[in-house]
Design a protein around this ligand. Structure first.
Ligand SMILES: [Zn+2]
Length: 164
């Protein structure tokens, strides 16, 4: 994806108020993020451990989503799979993130959930640039490009649900 500035990111959020978007914590290392290897920018809020954010480019414009996840994770022996990049992680490596819907539906309290890598590094797992600690990825017959297309397709389908 193209690199984003702080202002791009703050203006991109579709499911929180302008005030929230103005105040939320952005990554401090925007200049050093591996943009060429990212299908979306994801980060956890250092000040609010139950929050994370992602920004993805759609139709040439950045679209940001605020996510929440439960701070208490399920059993540590449990392994789960990220529904975007299909990487499996033990314990808290995958979290059920929930996103408030956009617009009126969101203000009325509707949200959509998604099991996702807690560190939001799906783009790097798909490219083999980051290796899950003790989880893994299945041997697949798909090429890396096909896996990237699948992960971005999965994310796009999730975003579509926020507008319904
Ligand atoms: Zn993932």
């Amino acid at each position: 994806m193209r690199s984003l500035t702080e202002q791009d990111i703050r203006n991109s959020f579709i499911n929180c108020s302008k005030g929230e978007a103005k105040r939320l914590s952005l990554p401090r290392d925007l200049g050093e993020r591996p943009w060429d290897d990212l299908d979306f920018l994801g980060w956890r809020d250092p000040g609010a451990p139950d929050r994370s954010y992602l920004v993805v480019e759609r139709d040439g414009r950045p679209v940001g989503v605020t996510l929440r996840f439960p701070s208490s994770q399920r059993g540590f022996l449990h392994r789960s799979m990220c529904s975007l990049c299909l990487t499996t992680h033990p314990g808290g490596g995958v979290s059920l993130m929930t996103a408030r819907k956009a617009g009126v539906a969101g203000r009325e309290g509707n949200s959509v959930g998604l099991y996702m890598c807690t560190d939001l590094a799906c783009s790097l797992y798909v490219r083999g640039k980051k290796v899950p600690e003790s989880g893994g990825r299945f041997e697949e017959s798909l090429t890396m490009e096909e896996q990237i297309a699948r992960a971005t397709g999965n994310l796009s389908a999730f975003l579509d649900k926020l507008y319904v």
